[in-house]
Write a protein that binds this ligand. Structure first.
Ligand code: ADP
Length: 237
């Protein structure tokens, strides 16, 4: 059984838009998969379904043996603890230092009173510092998130996701707000840490050249269906 199995997935929004017509795909631990396609193709909807945030209309998604739609809310929260999400606009807490933002990746592993008080034990702190170091930002650990550059913010977000010790990382247009040089740098960091940890990583990205440079596999989506699934060198114009 593959780590991620998606079978005949269909998503219709309440307004009648059929965002995903039918998607079937499998992915294995350690794969770095770029999902490419025009705006409106259904890429974000697909990631939100895997995260359990978007109700599906038909089909099934099985992650690490659990069918996402069959889970209770508490089971879904447990599963989501192991799903790292990286957003285009970073979603950091501006007034908190980089290290505290990374520590929020450990919240799912704290009990509720520890989380409420913002208490993180030495193990959590060690994991968070280690991940900041891996994204080359240890020297910024105590800087407030809103004082960091865009590229640094996204590297903090990567460190936060990796601190979850995730089964899968989902990144939705992670470099769309960055200039080309920083976009390359951030993609390189994301691909490196994901490879080092053997984490399945799905990246929605519209820059095809970056997708080809850093992913093992490309999935092309158009009008809510898979129109290409192969290695970067198999993609034709
Ligand atoms: P992509 O990420 O590839 O740009 P999306 O998954 O965001 O594509 O959107 C797929 C389709 O679903 C588009 O036609 C979009 O307008 C529509 N859509 C996205 N979100 C919603 C929503 N909340 N309600 C209704 N339609 C939506």
């Amino acid at each position: 059984m593959a780590l991620l199995e998606i079978e005949n997935l269909r998503v219709i929004y309440p307004n009648g838009t059929e965002a995903i017509k039918s998607i079937t795909l499998n992915a294995e631990a350690g794969e770095i998969v770029a999902i490419i396609g025009r705006s409106g193709a259904g890429k974000s909807t697909l990631l939100r379904c895997i995260n359990g945030l978007q109700p599906t209309s038909a089909g099934r998604i099985v992650l690490n043996g659990s069918e996402i739609n069959a889970l209770s809310e508490s089971e879904r929260i447990q599963l989501r603890r192991k799903i790292g999400f990286i957003w285009q606009e970073y979603n950091l807490i501006d007034r908190l230092p980089a290290i505290t933002n990374v520590l929020t990746g450990r919240l799912g592993y704290n009990n509720s009173w520890q989380s409420a008080l913002g208490i993180f034990n030495t193990t959590h702190r060690r994991i968070a510092l280690h991940n900041l170091e891996r994204v080359n930002l240890l020297h910024r650990a105590r800087h407030r998130a809103d004082k960091l550059s865009g590229g640094e913010k996204q590297r903090v977000a990567i460190a936060r996701a990796m601190s979850q010790q995730p089964t899968v990382v989902l990144a939705d247009e992670p470099v769309a707000s960055l200039d080309p040089e920083l976009a390359t740098q951030v993609m390189s960091v994301l691909a490196r840490v994901a490879r080092e940890d053997g984490v399945l990583t799905l990246i929605n990205i519209h820059q095809v050249e970056l997708a080809k440079a850093f992913a093992d596999r490309l999935i092309g989506i158009a009008n809510g269906t898979v129109v290409f699934d192969g290695k970067p060198n198999e993609l034709t114009p």
